[in-house]
Design a protein around this ligand. Sequence first.
Ligand SMILES: CC(C)(COP(=O)(O)OP(=O)(O)OC[C@H]1O[C@@H](n2cnc3c(N)ncnc32)[C@H](O)[C@@H]1OP(=O)(O)O)[C@@H](O)C(=O)NCCC(=O)NCCS
Length: 148
Amino acid sequence: MLRMASHETPIRVRFCETDMNRHVSQVSYFIYFEEARTRYIETFGISWTEGPFNMVLVRQWADYLKPAHFPDELVVLTDIISVGRSSIRMAHRVVPAGAPPGTDVMCQGESVMVLVTKDQSASVPWPSELRARLAAKADPTLAVPARA
Ligand SMILES: CC(C)(COP(=O)(O)OP(=O)(O)OC[C@H]1O[C@@H](n2cnc3c(N)ncnc32)[C@H](O)[C@@H]1OP(=O)(O)O)[C@@H](O)C(=O)NCCC(=O)NCCS
């Protein structure tokens, strides 16, 4: 895989993120995905506490390919795959920090978030200017291939 991610989130594995098999637990990868997409979205000026909207997660999945351990240094590569009326679909690939392009991915998956009203009762369309900036980063070829 080429290292062409739009956004990189460094992660140092904490002991509490591992399980009794001594590798990073499946739950921890979803926390890494959350940290990655949260930070990436913030770069577009979206606030989690201010403004008229909120964002919620409606879908995520992962494939676990190679184990990571305490205290590995990892990076979550996050890309926007597509932007809908109110949704945004993102790809996450977890690789060792400093790894050269083409290094095996340890965990990969996708998440879909939706822009919602402040009370989170309904989706709302992206404001056009924000949608344009998000869509400019979208690359459908970076979707994570589903395993057969
Ligand atoms: C987000 C929520 C308010 C949306 O309800 P809604 O207004 O009826 O939304 P819609 O059904 O019109 O879907 C809104 C968008 O999300 C997309 N979407 C919804 N569920 C999806 C899913 N499971 N997978 C992929 N996309 C999904 C729709 O395709 C639509 O995309 P678009 O607007 O870009 O075309 C509602 O689904 C909800 O409250 N979900 C629970 C969120 C939650 O608790 N998350 C956990 C922690 S944050």
